[in-house]
Design a protein around this ligand. Structure first.
Ligand code: IFM
Length: 451
């Protein structure tokens, strides 16, 4: 069983989930509250007013879920660990029952021949840390590194591939600038401050995990291709690209925030925030890079007579850009274009030289059940087929892509969209939690067997 990072010779496959989206049991076995419990309880934050308190009840049904994972024929199971299960207050007292759960999950994965890939932070910050200013407080980065070591001490004998953060862009900019994700703070430039502390947390944790013997440590980014529609749109698009992509790649690869980024994010030039040694420590800290890809973005210069697009709140300081979304689109409104994935993989490999994993890729579709209870999600099959082919093309063009991981196993709590948007290859009945593999699940089984 390839428990280490797969080699470059073949493309390995996996499927991903995240703790808050599937586990439920938010009040069980000593778990402390997270920012998503608090945020979702506030009226108007989540489309259907629901939360992750039950979700897919995977905390109790993980055996059944792992049977579904292994039934796909994938090598890897990518899951995340809920920080507030392990340290209910974010720091200090460890909750052994939280660690026990992940211990069982890892053993049950290995028993099925699945290699575990563990993500330490998929957005469920302990509320106690947010009460002390969350990712705007430098201490949170230190607390994250301590938490990483607690988890590693328990699971590190069996888990070899670790990632620190999942999509820190969302945690920083959707959470602290646009306020559409937890903790729901709409504070513009605070997004940049949160981004630096997330990077710092990654760097501190990476240093200690490497010292403890971890060889396959990565960070998972939702990088995105931006395609200016006109030459005039190029300059403003540069600012958007800086906030989405270069804010992470600059420190990780060069140990620096570039001038174009600093022009739109002056906060990152503040020596109180970015202290001596921070960027040097972050440089070279990742052994691999995870890329989560869903859609490309076409950009134009914004028409000043038209109201600013709310999505731009997630790019504080960037100029007047508009996004043009072409057809076809998924149910969540994201344009479908697999060429964006190919381009991103080739460019990111050139830019970083690091092994890449496609750590998430998938699509939301309405997924209506037919009279016999099955879900014939042909759109999702088309999406997955085209994006796997794009990954193959990127490899053929020289990008060192080691794995393709499907988002996601189960229909689950899709953050601010609640349960209204479904990405799973397995349908989950919200009433009785029955799992029904969709046509895309069967297609994946056949596709992987044929490869
Ligand atoms: O569901 C999310 C996941 O948690 C992070 N990446 C994007 C997915 C779809 O929105």
């Amino acid at each position: 069983m390839p428990r280490h990072l797969p080699g470059p010779s073949t493309l390995a496959f996996g499927v991903a989930t995240a703790a808050y989206q599937i586990e439920g049991a938010t009040q069980e076995d000593g778990r402390g509250p997270s920012i998503w419990d608090t945020f979702a309880a506030r009226p108007g934050t989540v489309r259907d007013g629901k939360d992750g308190s039950v979700a897919c009840d995977s905390y109790h049904r993980f055996d059944e879920d792992l049977d579904l994972v292994s039934g796909l024929g994938v090598d890897w199971y990518r899951f995340s660990i809920a920080w507030p299960r392990v340290l209910p207050e974010g720091a200090g007292q460890v909750e052994p029952r939280g660690l026990d759960y992940y211990d069982r999950l890892v053993d049950a994965s290995l028993a099925r021949g699945l290699s575990p890939m563990a993500t330490l932070y998929h957005w469920d910050l302990p509320q106690a840390l947010e009460d002390r200013d969350g990712w705007l407080n430098r201490d949170t980065a230190e607390a994250f590194a301590d938490y990483a070591m607690v988890v590693h001490e328990r699971l590190g004998d069996r888990v070899q591939v670790w990632s620190t953060h999942n999509e820190p862009w969302c945690a920083a900019y959707l959470g602290y600038a646009a306020g559409v994700h937890a903790p729901g703070r709409k504070e513009g430039g605070a997004g940049h401050r949160a981004a630096h502390h997330l990077l710092l947390g990654h760097g501190l944790a990476a240093g200690r995990l490497h010292e403890a013997g971890v060889e396959d440590l990565g960070i998972v980014l939702n990088l995105a291709p931006f395609w200016p529609e006109t030459p005039e749109a190029e300059e403003v698009t540069d600012g958007i690209d800086a906030i989405r992509n270069r804010v992470w790649l600059g420190p990780l690869v060069d140990g620096a925030y570039d001038d174009g980024l600093l022009a739109v994010a002056p906060e990152l030039a503040d020596p109180q925030l970015v202290r001596d040694g921070d960027l040097e420590m972050i440089r070279g800290s990742a052994d691999w890079l995870g890329i989560n890809y869903y859609t490309p973005f076409h950009t134009t210069l914004a028409d000043p007579s038209v109201a600013r697009h709310p999505e731009l709140d997630a790019y504080p300081g960037a100029g007047a850009v508009s996004f043009v979304v072409r057809e076809p689109r998924t149910d969540i409104g994201w344009e479908v274009d697999a060429n964006g994935l190919e381009e991103l993989l080739v460019d990111t490999h050139r830019r970083t030289g690091l092994p890449l994993l496609v750590t998430e890729n998938g699509a939301a579709y309405p997924d209506d059940r037919t009279v016999d209870g099955t879900v014939d999600d042909q759109d999702r099959i088309g999406y997955l087929r085209d994006h796997i082919a794009a990954t193959d093309r990127a490899r053929a063009a020289g990008a060192d892509v080691r794995a393709y991981v499907v988002w996601t196993l189960l229909d689950n709590f899709e953050w601010a969209e609640g349960y209204t948007k479904t990405f799973g290859v397995v349908h989950v009945d919200a009433e009785d939690q029955t799992r029904t593999p969709k046509a895309s699940y069967r297609w994946l089984v056949d596709h992987l067997a044929a490869r």
